[in-house]
Design a binder for this molecule. Structure first.
Ligand code: FAD
Length: 307
């Protein structure tokens, strides 16, 4: 990342919220479920599946966690009514993990049961390393209750992950693999980008070895190419794995994957609690300086991208 970009990333938390909101619009469907529905319909028409995330994390009040559970019931209802090709993603801290682990288990359990009734699926997102063990324990607990319509996420950045793959082997899990967005200390996480990429490919390979369903969540062409090689070597059929990408990121790479016959699912967040998610996405944008400059110019020159 260039010097100016790195400086801007550090400054982002100090940027006024309305500016962050405007800059991050491409990453979020909108404030309402109807916005997510519209975006998913458009994605489906272009041959992409979706996973819908109701924004909200690190809730500090029980009633907020319960409100998020209700919001997911509405999402399932909309998916059914509108015939969307979509499942859902949930964040444990949005569903009360930091308040009470049992409350979180209950909440995720309720959402997974709705998914099961509707032949749908819930992916439990992975948050920072303080939540990893609890999140994996909740996943194991749900599977122990006979709930199969649920999957988890593993982060290539963490040293522990290859061990977690072995621990999950008896469940034949459904796992999304990603690099991991949360910056973690060198004691527990790889710091070098190439090491993280190699770890990503090793983890996908280890998951395929244990018979897992793997969702490959990345916009990194090198990783995509390596995983495509593994898929070809193992002669996997398109329904045995999927690629995943974030809304608003590297659509050209997505087009290429779809035209090559791979399945692609897009992560579609919506809701009014957009701030934390938006900051993370902007901090990952490798050309944030150009991006900010374009937005600023767009507002200064009348009629140019000013909305
Ligand atoms: C579907 C999906 C679900 C995810 N779920 C989780 C999760 O549960 N837990 C978790 O910790 N992380 C999650 N992530 C985030 C992930 O861990 C990475 O932080 C993120 O995907 C960036 O890593 P990358 O593999 O795309 O590689 P990078 O090297 O970061 O990106 C590769 C290229 O993609 C482009 N790019 C990437 N991000 C942006 C952006 N924001 N704006 C513009 N261009 C960009 C750039 O061209 C960049 O050079 C998820 C990612 C995806 C795609």
């Amino acid at each position: 990342m260039a010097l100016l970009d790195r400086a801007l990333v550090r400054l982002l938390p100090a940027v006024p919220r309305p500016v962050v909101k405007r800059l991050s619009q491409r990453y979020i469907a909108g404030p309402d479920l109807a916005d997510a529905c519209r975006v998913v319909q458009a994605l489906n028409e272009r041959g992409r599946m979706a996973t819908i995330d109701v924004l909200g994390e690190e809730v500090t009040r029980r009633e907020d966690a319960l409100a998020l559970v209700d919001a997911y019931e509405d999402v399932f209802e909309t998916i059914r009514r509108e015939g969307l090709v979509a499942n859902v993603s949930v964040k444990p801290t949005g569903l009360g993990l930091n308040l009470d682990r049992d409350l979180c288990l209950e909440n995720i359990g309720a959402i997974v049961r709705w998914a099961k009734e509707r032949d749908n699926f819930v992916r439990i997102d992975m948050e920072d390393s303080s939540t990893t063990s609890d999140t994996l324990a909740i996943y194991r607990d749900l599977r122990g209750q006979g709930l199969d319509s649920v999957g988890v996420v593993l982060q290539a950045r963490l040293h522990r992950t290859i061990g977690d793959v072995n621990d999950l082997a008896d469940l034949r899990p459904s796992v999304r693999v990603c690099k991991g967005i949360y910056l973690e200390s060198p004691e527990i996480a790889y710091q070098d980008p190439d090491t993280i990429r190699e770890s990503f490919v090793d983890i996908v390979e280890a998951l395929l070895d244990i018979g897992a369903y793997v969702a490959i969540a990345t916009h990194d062409e090198w990783v995509v190419e390596q995983v495509k090689r593994l898929i070809a070597e193992r002669r996997l059929q398109p329904e045995q794995y999927e690629f995943q990408m974030l809304l608003g990121v590297r659509e050209g790479l997505g087009d290429a994957l779809v035209s090559q016959g791979h399945r692609l699912r897009i992560y579609v967040p919506f809701g009014r609690r957009w701030y934390e998610y938006s900051l993370r996405r902007l901090q990952e944008n490798p050309s944030i300086a150009t991006y900010v400059a374009r937005d600023t110019v767009g507002r200064l020159i009348p009629g140019r991208n000013g909305r």
